[in-house]
Design a protein around this ligand. Structure first.
Ligand code: ADP
Ligand code: MG
Length: 244
């Protein structure tokens, strides 16, 4: 059984049809990269996946359960689906460690010491254990994004969604965030990442999905996608971004 099975997913904003018919199956441990022009629906798709947006139609099965069925409780589900955005939105009035401990303290029924230990382990994993007691404003954008990743991981998610996690960063800070994401992918995390970092897609992903105008146009291994794209729209998009 797939971890996530997306069937005929649709999303409208009023008259605007943003997702028209999305079909994607995601296995446990798979690393997907989502590419496509601005406005093609990538962020909306991710937001539908963790129910930040209510889809207009179709079905999403999580471990076989239809999460769009009437009466499904999105709150526990969202804990299994971590999300990292372009803007990291750390709490400015909390230290790095407090940021990472905040959500688990609120919802996980665990002792504070255990939560602190886990948070420190996660900060170590993203290379920032020595920054545990400082405030986010003292960190670079790359460091803040790594804290945001640790914060998501603190809820022990089964899937991580990344929406252009490096596109707000200065170029020299992109690598450190991608390195953390690469480690995460290697550790077996299921990941769906919207990114323009084609090096990451080539090196780390199992599949690359090209979306355009609310449809999945192509869904391929990175090798196929980058050496032998089939659809004309994929070819045009790739030649635009690869020749930048
Ligand atoms: P992408 O992430 O691929 O750039 P988005 O999913 O952000 O695309 O947006 C797809 C389309 O949906 C765009 O035309 C955008 O303006 C529109 N859109 C996104 N969110 C909303 C919203 N909350 N209300 C109305 N339109 C929206
Ligand atoms: Mg977007």
């Amino acid at each position: 059984m797939a971890l996530l099975e997306i069937k005929n997913l649709r999303k409208n904003f009023g008259e605007l049809q943003v997702l028209k018919d999305i079909n994607i199956s995601i296995e446990k441990g798979e690393v997907l990269v989502l590419i496509g022009p601005s406005g093609s629906g990538k962020s909306t798709f991710l937001r539908c996946l963790n129910l930040l947006e209510q889809p207009s139609g179709g079905n999403i099965y999580y471990n076989g359960t239809n999460i769009l069925e009437h009466g499904f409780n999105p709150v526990p589900y969202r804990r299994h689906v971590g999300m990292c955005f372009q803007r990291f939105n750390l709490f400015p009035f909390m230290t790095v460690l407090e940021n990472v401990m905040f959500a688990p303290r609120l919802v996980l029924k665990k002792h504070k010491d255990e939560i602190r230990q886990t948070a420190l382990t996660l900060l170590d994993k993203v290379g920032l254990k020595n920054k545990a007691d400082v405030y986010p404003a003292t960190l670079s954008g790359g460091q803040q994004q790594r804290v945001a990743i640790a914060r998501s991981l603190a809820m022990n998610p089964e899937v991580m969604l990344f929406d252009e996690p490096t596109s707000a960063l200065d170029p020299e800070l992109v690598g450190e965030v991608l390195a953390v994401m690469k480690d995460l992918a290697k550790s077996g995390m299921t990941m769906v990442t919207v990114t323009h970092e084609m090096g990451f897609a080539k090196e780390v992903s199992d599949r690359v999905i090209f979306m355009d105008a609310g449809y999945v146009v192509e869904d391929e291994s990175p090798k196929e996608m980058f050496t032998n794209p089939k659809n004309e729209r994929t070819k045009a998009f790739l030649s635009r971004i690869l020749n930048k």
